[in-house]
Ligand binder design. Structure first.
Ligand code: UFG
Length: 327
C-alpha cells in the first residue's frame, strides 16, 4: 500500500514508517519538523516538510501521490504542557487532524489509523483497563485525543472513513535505527539514560505518595516496534477493523522505582534520585488490557519484559548519546 505517515519524523512515527517499509509498503512521511528530526526519516521514504494547518500543501501531496491510507501520529503529547496550554493542544491534536481528514476526503482517501492514548481513560476504575472502560480524561492532552476519536466516528458514519484507533500506554524502547529524542526531554527512560551517562545530575521521582505498592506511579511500558507492528496489521486489513479501538500495552504495570532498577541493571550504573512533588495531570496507575488487540488483530508483542524494552532503548542511546542532533 501507499501510506502517508504524519509525524513520521517523530519517535513512534519514525519506527512505524520503518516497519511499514520493511513489510513492503511505500511510505510518504509528512512532518513539519517542529518536534521531529529529519535524521529520523527513513531514507527509503519520501519526505514532505508540511504543517497540517497548510491546506494547500496537503492538497498538493494528495494530488501528487496515490495514497491508499493515512497513519496520523503528528501531535503534541505532553500531559503537563497540555495542562498549561490547552488551546495549543486542541489546535494541534484536533483542528490539524480535521484539516487532514478534510484533505483526505477531497481526494477520495478513506483509510485512517489514529494514534490515541491511555490518557483518554483518566483515573481508571478497574485495572487492567479494557477499551470499554469509561473515558474521563483528567488532562487536556487526553481530552484532545478523545475528542478526535469522537470526530472520527462522525467521519465514519457521515463520510465513510474507515478508521482504527490505537490507544497506546507508555511507548518505550527503540529500533536499531530510531529512538526517543525529545527537546526538552520529559520521558522517563531518556531522562534516566541521561543520568546514567552523566548528562544530568539526578532523576526526579514525581511523587512517592500515590496509592501504589511503593508509592510511585505505575505504567504499562510497550515497545515501539510492537506498537508499529499493530499499526501495520490494522492498516493491511482495515475494512475488517473499521471503527474499532485497540489498547496497546503489555498488561503489566511497573512503578517508577522498578523502571529505575531496570535501568540500573541494564546500564550497570547507579542512578542518583531526588524526590519531587507529583507532576500535574499524572494518573496513579495506567495498565492496559490488551486482550482485544491480541484476539482480533492477532497482535503478539515481542518485547513483553521491561528489561528487554529498556535494553533496546539503552542500545540506541549508546549509539546516539546526544540524540539525533549529535549524529
Ligand atoms: N516520571 C518521573 N520523573 C521524570 C519523568 C517521568 O517520575 O523525570 C514518571 C512520571 O510521573 C510517570 C512515569 O514516570 O509516572 C512515566 O512518565 P513519562 O513522562 O515517561 O510518560 P507519561 O506516563 O506521562 O506518558 C504516558 C504516555 C502518554 C499518556 C500519559 C498518560 O506517553 O501518551 O502516559 O498520563 F498520555
Amino acid at each position: 500500500m501507499n501510506i502517508l505517515v504524519t509525524g513520521g519524523a517523530g519517535y513512534i512515527g519514525s519506527v512505524c514508517a520503518e516497519v511499514l517499509i520493511d513489510r513492503g509498503h511505500n511510505v510518504i512521511v509528512l512532518d513539519d519538523l517542529s518536534e521531529g528530526h529529519r535524521e529520523a526519516v527513513d531514507p527509503r521514504a519520501a519526505f514532505c516538510q508540511v504543517n497540517l494547518h497548510d491546506e494547500v500543501a496537503l492538497d498538493t501531496i494528495f494530488r501528487g501521490n496515490p495514497i491508499d491510507a493515512v497513519m496520523h501520529f503528528a501531535a503534541l503529547c505532553l500531559v503537563e504542557e497540555s495542562v498549561k496550554k490547552p488551546g495549543l493542544y486542541y489546535r494541534a491534536n484536533v483542528a490539524a487532524g480535521i484539516n487532514l481528514l478534510d484533505a483526505m476526503l477531497r481526494h477520495g482517501v478513506k483509510r485512517f489509523i489514529f494514534s490515541s492514548t491511555a490518557a483518554t481513560y483518566g483515573e481508571p476504575e478497574t485495572t487492567p483497563i479494557p477499551e470499554e472502560h469509561p473515558t474521563r480524561p483528567i488532562n487536556p492532552y487526553g481530552a484532545s485525543k478523545l475528542l478526535f476519536e469522537r470526530i472520527l466516528e462522525e467521519f465514519k458514519v457521515n463520510s465513510g472513513v474507515d478508521y482504527v484507533t490505537m490507544r497506546y500506554f507508555n511507548a518505550a524502547g527503540a529500533s536499531q535505527k530510531y529512538g526517543e529524542d525529545h527537546h526538552p526531554e520529559t520521558h522517563i527512560l531518556p531522562i534516566l539514560f541521561e543520568v546514567a551517562l552523566g548528562q544530568r545530575p539526578a532523576f526526579q521521582i514525581f511523587g512517592t505518595d500515590y496509592p501504589t505498592a511503593d508509592g510511585t506511579c505505575l505504567r504499562d511500558y510497550v515497545h515501539v516496534v510492537d506498537i508499529a507492528e499493530a499499526h501495520a496489521i490494522a492498516v493491511e486489513r482495515i475494512p475488517r477493523f473499521s471503527g474499532r479501538v485497540f489498547n496497546l500495552g503489555n498488561s503489566r504495570g511497573y512503578s517508577v522505582r522498578e523502571v529505575i532498577e531496570s535501568v540500573e541493571r541494564i546500564a550497570s550504573r547507579k542512578i542518583s534520585v531526588n524526590i519531587s512533588p507529583r507532576r500535574p495531570g499524572d494518573p496513579a496507575s495506567l495498565v492496559a488490557s490488551s486482550a482485544r488487540a491480541r484476539h482480533e488483530l492477532g497482535w503478539m508483542p515481542k518485547y513483553s519484559s521491561l528489561d528487554s524494552i529498556v535494553a533496546s532503548a539503552w542500545a540506541w542511546k549508546q549509539r546516539f548519546p546526544k540524540g539525533y542532533r549529535g549524529s
